[in-house]
Design a protein around this ligand. Structure first.
Ligand code: ATP
Ligand code: MG
Ligand code: FE
Length: 335
């Protein structure tokens, strides 16, 4: 079984092919970061235009890497949402055109289901499991009792973790996307500044990062007014300490409440070195719990993860028709 995945929800044009659900045979990602950098964030119109320019090239490269013919494909799976509507449409239309012209089944998938299933490219999933999803647009704890069954037990009430990283980075004058820069600086600095942690009450698995972001901005502003210079590396270290403290503590509480066999890490912020280390320290030696952390290339947006969830949906007999449309606000539901 060969499944082709297409991902264009934001600023990565990606096509991948996986074999039998778990083996990557092609994985091509064309990033647009350089084009968006000077605007300090993703410009939707530019993103769509780049996807259109890149898609054919990325498709050809993936087919070449896999050394396959379109007739070898069992299905074409594509991100239908959430994401930027124009960006999503470029991938959906390309996937539809290929599916129609070659008579291949088409399957629309949820981007976050993809992030979670990136873990299956590393390790076979065992249920029940919990996934900590931390990305540019999402921060949530997802409980799964079987394949393609997603129960969100907690989520951010305002900013996503990645969004907070990018906004704090911007305040510190660091380039977009700021996550990796804060991560690097945090390791050089010390968490000397006392910043809030949003616990949101006992037993809550929800998150909130906008207060933390405002606290960083206010701290920098007040220091400036008093003529004090704060070192960016210490601000980064203090901010990162707060984010990791909340993520690890809430995940630990969730693991206590929901006994699971595996804990998965997913989403772009999963590339964060501090978070990866903290999770390993907290969970790698817990009896009966397996911690899975994908390599960096499978944490940030890619299409192998889209093919990975696509493979499960294909086996379940789920198909989309050619009326498949972009759904920028698509909810994560069970299939
Ligand atoms: P979503 O997946 O929620 O739709 P997205 O696809 O835009 O959003 P991803 O591509 O999964 O998000 O992740 C991008 C985010 O990950 C950015 O906010 C970026 O700053 C953050 N990020 C990447 N590397 C790191 C890192 N090392 N530390 C912290 N954040 C990081
Ligand atoms: Mg991106
Ligand atoms: Fe993503």
């Amino acid at each position: 079984q060969y499944i082709l995945g297409v991902e264009t929800s934001c600023d990565e044009t990606a096509v991948a092919i996986i074999k039998n659900g778990r083996e990557i045979v092609a994985n091509v990602v064309a990033s647009q970061i350089e084009s968006h950098k000077r605007f300090g964030g993703v410009v939707p119109e530019i993103a769509s235009r780049h996807h259109v320019e890149q898609l054919t090239i990325v498709f050809e490269e993936a087919m070449k890497q896999a050394n396959l013919d379109f007739n070898d494909l069992s299905a074409i799976t594509v991100t239908e949402g959430p994401g930027l509507v124009g960006a999503l449409l470029t991938g959906i239309n390309a996937a539809k055109a290929l599916a129609f012209s070659h008579g291949i089944p088409l399957i629309g998938v949820h981007h976050i289901a993809g992030h979670i299933y990136a873990n299956r490219l590393i390790k076979e999933l065992e249920f029940p499991l919990l996934a900590l999803v931390v990305s540019g647009g999402h921060t949530e704890l997802v409980y799964m009792k079987e394949h393609a069954n997603f129960e969100v037990i907690g989520e951010t009430l305002d900013d996503a973790a990645g969004e907070a990283y990018d906004k704090v980075a911007r305040t510190l004058g660091l380039p977009y996307p700021g996550g990796p820069h804060i991560d690097r600086l945090a390791h050089e600095g010390k968490p000397t500044i006392d910043l809030p942690r949003a616990w949101l009450g006992a037993g809550s698995f929800d998150f909130s990062f906008s207060g933390l972001k405002s606290a960083v901005i206010n701290t920098l502003h007040n220091a400036k007014q008093k003529g004090i210079t704060l070192e960016a590396k210490d601000v980064a270290a203090s901010f990162q300490a707060s984010v990791i403290d909340v993520l690890v503590t809430k995940t630990s509480q969730a693991v206590d409440k929901y006994p699971v066999k595996q804990l998965l890490l997913a989403g772009g912020v999963a590339a964060n070195k501090g978070l990866r280390t903290a999770l390993e320290k907290e969970f790698s030696s817990r009896d009966g719990l397996e911690l899975i952390i994908p390599p960096l290339s499978l944490c940030t947006d890619n299409a192998a993860m889209i093919a990975a969830i696509g493979s499960i949906l294909y086996d379940k007999g789920i198909r989309s028709d050619l009326a498949l449309n972009a759904n920028p606000g698509l909810e994560l539901t069970s299939y």
